[in-house]
Design a protein around this ligand. Structure first.
Ligand SMILES: Nc1ncnc2c1ncn2[C@@H]1O[C@H](COP(=O)(O)OP(=O)(O)O)[C@@H](O)[C@H]1O
Ligand SMILES: [Mg+2]
Length: 283
């Protein structure tokens, strides 16, 4: 196909030879299948801030690292340079997370580079070489659901051991290749150690997984892996192979007040960040 404008800089740099087709256009990004030499890869073009839905810009910014204090000040003030920096921090967050997770043995697409707001990475494919389906589009029975759930819980543990929480994990951000689940879509990944909402986000990620797989394996409804994992992590006891039970000691009787309060706190922070951001865009 004709080279889309946003991919032109990568063609000029020799990072992409041809653009095969557009794969998806989502809320945050447009995805293309591209050729690089004799390899097929995936190019994720981030939408700019105005076009992005805002769910994602939040608590993540807490503790996001910037290179120097001039950049930090500019970002706080919301100057044009500051907004550009903020975009760059956002855009490089996913490639950073992918490198970190791949090194920790998490099943993610292999990243190559992030250039001019485009992430170039491995195209995840199924056993016959076609683009891998999302978990949501795969037929599951009880046994497979239990198997994938267990494997994904282990991936979440591996990620946390590497200091990363996905922050938007769901059946739409997991692909299934010939060997099983692969985790994608990480621009909002959260630093587990430096973020006040980290525990709540981890629990939300795990609860979404559990609720999806419960449709095929109802015995999962009663499990509490998220809380168990976070407790172990906070106590400094979580290792990649720590055995898990999915059970925790009941703390609050039938209603988990803490979890409710944390959900409210996440929503409040998201709204605050959204308002701040909209104000900056108007300036
Ligand atoms: N590396 C990849 N290999 C194959 N398909 C991908 C890859 N990355 C993304 N996709 C496809 O593109 C869709 C959107 O990508 P994603 O990273 O989730 O962006 P967003 O949801 O923010 O638009 C995914 O649901 C998946 O179907
Ligand atoms: Mg997605």
């Amino acid at each position: 196909m004709k080279i889309p404008k946003r991919l032109q800089p990568l063609v000029e740099e020799g990072l992409i030879d041809t653009v095969v087709r557009q794969l998806m256009s989502g809320k945050e990004a447009t995805i293309y299948v591209v050729e690089c030499g004799d390899e097929i890869r995936c190019a994720k073009v981030y939408k700019d801030a105005q076009q992005r839905s805002f769910r994602h810009a939040v608590a993540y910014q807490e503790n996001r690292k910037v290179k120097n204090s001039r950049q930090a000040r500019a970002m706080e003030k919301g100057t044009r340079y500051g907004r550009k920096m903020q975009e760059e921090v956002w855009q490089s967050a996913e490639v950073d997370a992918l490198y970190r997770l791949a090194a920790a043995g998490v099943r993610v697409p292999q990243p190559f580079i992030c250039h001019e707001g485009v992430l170039l990475m491995e195209l995840v494919t199924d056993a016959s070489g076609n683009v891998a389906p999302r978990l949501n589009d795969v037929e599951l029975d009880t046994a497979l659901a239990l198997d994938y759930h267990a494997r994904l819980i282990r991936q979440v543990v591996l990620m946390l051991c590497a200091g990363v929480i996905h922050g938007d994990l769901s059946e739409y951000n997991i692909l299934v290749d010939g060997d099983g689940p692969v985790i994608i879509d990480l621009p909002q990944a959260v630093d587990a150690a430096g973020n006040n909402s980290a525990g709540a986000m981890l629990e939300r990620d795990v609860e979404r997984l559990t609720s999806f797989f419960s449709n095929f394996a109802p015995q999962l409804v009663a499990t509490r892996y998220g809380k168990e994992i976070w407790k172990l992590y906070e106590a400094g006891l979580l290792k990649p192979d720590t055995p898990l039970t999915g059970r925790i000691e009941p703390e609050h009787g039938p209603v988990d007040v803490d979890a409710v309060i944390r959900e409210i706190e996440i929503a409040r922070k998201e709204e605050e960040a959204r308002q701040r951001y909209l104000q900056q865009l108007e300036m």
